[in-house]
Ligand binder design. Structure first.
Ligand SMILES: CC(C)(COP(=O)(O)OP(=O)(O)OC[C@H]1O[C@@H](n2cnc3c(N)ncnc32)[C@H](O)[C@@H]1OP(=O)(O)O)[C@@H](O)C(=O)NCCC(=O)NCCS
Length: 171
């Protein structure tokens, strides 16, 4: 499979990207990765809590092919050193070519630039592509809520993963 690192642009999202993001979000939705209802192809994607500044986009030849959304893990000051990936998707036509990895790395770079020590996320136990991707980017399983969701008749684990951005020895 052809890699596309040189052609791929990772850039912050703006309000004008909402329409394309809604289409991608709709197309990428499935019970493999999502516990929320299928999103409308019309959007909206952004609201008061999900703002465009939280999104990084992967753009190939002017076309949106992926996004990652990253936010503070909570609003607590004592938790401010942790950021959380809450949304990642790559267009089905370009999967397996390194776009997801570039997005996860970009999200970690951004978290580090904002002073974070750790990036966390939650992934469904049966989402093997995403789990392998996160593992290959240095995330480890920190916890697991067994059979947390009942999806289409199957009980599915809620897996918590995290990657430290600094060595423990660094303080
Ligand atoms: C998960 C997802 C983002 C991966 O994006 P991608 O661009 O295909 O991933 P990459 O090509 O960067 O793959 C990086 C690594 O992830 C792993 N990986 C990716 N797809 C995989 C698959 N289908 N099976 C097993 N491992 C896979 C591999 O380790 C791969 O490294 P390698 O190519 O060196 O073997 C994509 O499949 C997707 O959008 N899925 C639907 C939404 C989703 O699951 N989001 C995550 C919610 S927590």
């Amino acid at each position: 499979m052809t890699r596309m690192h040189d052609d791929l642009i990772i850039r912050p999202a703006g309000p004008e990207d909402e329409r394309e993001l809604a289409v991608l979000n709709h197309a990428a939705w499935s019970v493999l990765s999502d516990v929320s209802p299928e999103p409308s192809v019309e959007g909206p994607v952004f609201d008061e809590r999900r703002t465009s500044e939280q999104f990084l986009l992967a753009v190939l030849d002017g076309r949106l092919v992926g996004y990652v959304r990253q936010v503070p893990a909570t609003a607590l000051a004592v938790n401010a050193h942790v950021r959380q990936i809450q949304g990642l998707a790559v267009d089905g036509t370009v999967r397996g070519r390194g776009v997801g990895r570039r997005l996860v790395e970009a999200a970690c770079d951004e978290a580090r630039a904002r002073g974070a020590r750790k990036v966390s996320l939650r992934v469904l136990g049966w989402n093997t592509p995403a789990r392998r991707l996160y593992e290959s980017c240095g995330f480890v399983v920190e916890g697991l809520l067994a059979e947390e969701f009942l999806i289409d008749g199957s009980y599915v684990d809620d897996v918590w993963m995290a990657r430290r951005l600094v060595d423990r020895a660094d303080g």
